[in-house]
Design a protein around this ligand. Structure first.
Ligand SMILES: Cc1ncc(COP(=O)(O)O)c(C=O)c1O
Length: 480
């Protein structure tokens, strides 16, 4: 015969194992559960302590008991071979269908790396936009300056200084998102046919930018934890005539890798020695799970030929279409390229975001959202461990909100993405992170990337369950 607290612990354990309480969920308060189950407070405390001792729960001082990540799938590892050589980037139509699905609420949006509205400071943003409409009507009735609104450029320069990169606000060029920042940077230093070093797997928006500019990609195998390896880069630079290198040093997309500072410095030196420009995409730099914020290559080597690109798409809203590029050696050229591309970025989002930065609301929002992203990533990782076939392996990002998932050999991720779309679930198949991405044939044919910045509810659990079942079916059919 067992004690009451043991029975209660066993029931709660079952609920956790069945996914009714997911990783990161808070269990009911001690008093509340005692009342609901008609037991004493000390019985509930004893059962929670038992579950804590068994590794199911962790106590957080004053805020209660939370489910620990328990079903962690095995971590991904990387084999860093040398690249085969530069390739022409092929068109990737499926990326467009992902983007369409990302805008359609009927889909479970695990494909595009777009945060659900619950992760964004909707009210603060709405208020700031309304204030600008009220107070600056004349400003909104003309073209804004091509380099961007002075108010926003000043705030960005201030923030950059706080993270160790002292830049002049005159060198900040505001763009329509980071995508435009990347495109302008590539245009500033390359001609069609040039070779550009990128990470492998690579963010597909970058691959599209390379395709649009007629550039060849030299994709370097990238470590899932520490990103681009200086030795692999050095070897590649000795063999091919490289014009530029694009990397995501902090919490890359899709790997989530973080390049250690020493490696960042070595990479910058290797490129500087050969006069090769570095285009640094710091889209996720503000979204680390721990302090302090990692430095950028620009902060570590302010005198080198670096284009620093970033965005407010993942922190405030992708619909603002607000990013920026800083490359002190190329400011005049970038300003001209921006002017001939689309004249300027709209003043309304610029002035509203300047207000959020100035008032401290942006920082406050970051403090709030970073742990939320961490919990979401851990929860989905843990659900994958429970719901996907054995042999599935998952990245362990320290920031951002995407997971890179290796499915067991024999699974076709491209087919899975099509099957999932039929179930109203969008996922990103691994092939689109490879420069040669015709369906099914390219690298990463058994990988997927999942966006974790989605509402953490029963619908998500069902979608992950469906994905796991589709993988199982594929494997069963293959082995039949
Ligand atoms: C690494 C990376 N760079 C750039 C972008 C494009 O950002 P934006 O929406 O600001 O153009 C994204 C969006 O997914 C991204 O993940």
């Amino acid at each position: 015969m067992s004690f009451r607290y043991q029975q209660l612990a066993a029931e709660l354990q079952q609920q956790i194992e069945q996914g009714q309480y997911g990783c990161g969920d808070r269990l009911p308060g001690v008093r509340e559960l005692a009342k609901r189950r008609a037991v004493s407070v000390s019985t509930v405390v004893a059962s929670y302590r038992r579950l804590e001792a068994d590794g199911y729960l962790q106590a957080s001082s004053r805020s209660g008991y939370f489910v620990k990540p328990r079903y962690q799938p095995p971590a991904l590892s990387s084999k860093l071979q040398q690249p085969a050589g530069p390739v022409t980037v092929c068109s990737q139509q499926i990326a467009l269908s992902l983007s369409k699905a990302a805008a359609d609420p009927a889909y479970m949006r695990l494909g595009a790396a777009v945060p659900a509205a619950v992760y964004l400071p909707q009210h603060a943003l709405q208020k700031a936009l309304q204030q600008v409409i009220k107070t600056e009507p004349a400003r909104l009735m003309r073209y804004e300056a091509s380099r961007g609104a002075a108010e926003l450029r000043r705030e960005i320069a201030r923030r950059m200084a706080l993270q160790g990169a002292v830049v002049s606000q005159d060198d900040v060029i505001i763009t329509n998102g980071c995508q435009e920042a990347l495109m302008l940077s590539l245009k500033a230093v390359t001609q069609p046919g040039d070779v550009v070093v990128i990470e492998s797997p690579a963010f597909y928006g970058l691959l599209q930018a390379l395709e649009a500019a007629g550039l060849k990609a030299l994709a370097l195998p990238t470590d899932v934890q520490t990103g681009m390896a200086p030795d692999v880069l050095e070897h590649a630079l000795e063999q091919w005539p490289v014009k530029a290198c694009v990397l995501i040093a902090n919490y890359s997309n899709p790997l989530g890798s973080l390049i250690p500072d020493d490696n960042k410095k070595r990479i910058v030196q290797l490129l500087a020695k050969r006069g090769i420009a570095l285009i640094e995409d710091d889209t996720y730099g503000d979204l680390g799970f721990s302090e302090p914020r990692p430095g950028s290559c620009l902060a570590l080597a302010p005198k080198q030929d670096i284009f620093y690109c970033s965005t407010f798409s993942k922190t405030l809203s992708p619909d603002l279409r607000l990013g920026w590029v800083i490359a002190p050696k190329h400011t005049a050229k970038l300003e001209y390229l921006k002017f001939i591309s689309n004249i300027s970025t709209a003043a309304l989002p610029q002035l509203a975001v300047a207000k959020l930065l100035q008032s401290g609301q942006y920082e406050r929002h970051l403090r709030q959202v970073r742990p939320q992203y961490e919990t979401a990533v851990q929860r989905i990782s843990s659900s994958i461990g429970r719901l996907f076939p054995s042999g599935t392996r998952v990245s362990q990002p320290q920031g951002g909100f995407v997971l890179w998932v290796e499915l067991p050999q024999g699974t076709d991720a491209y087919l899975l993405a099509q099957q999932a779309l039929a179930e109203k679930i969008s996922i990103a198949p691994g092939t689109i992170f490879s420069p040669t991405a015709p369906a099914g044939k390219a690298r990463y044919g058994n990988f997927i990337r999942l966006n974790c910045a989605v509402v953490q509810d029963a619908r998500l659990e069902r979608a992950l369950q469906t994905l796991g079942q589709l993988c199982q079916q594929q494997l069963a059919e293959k082995n039949a």
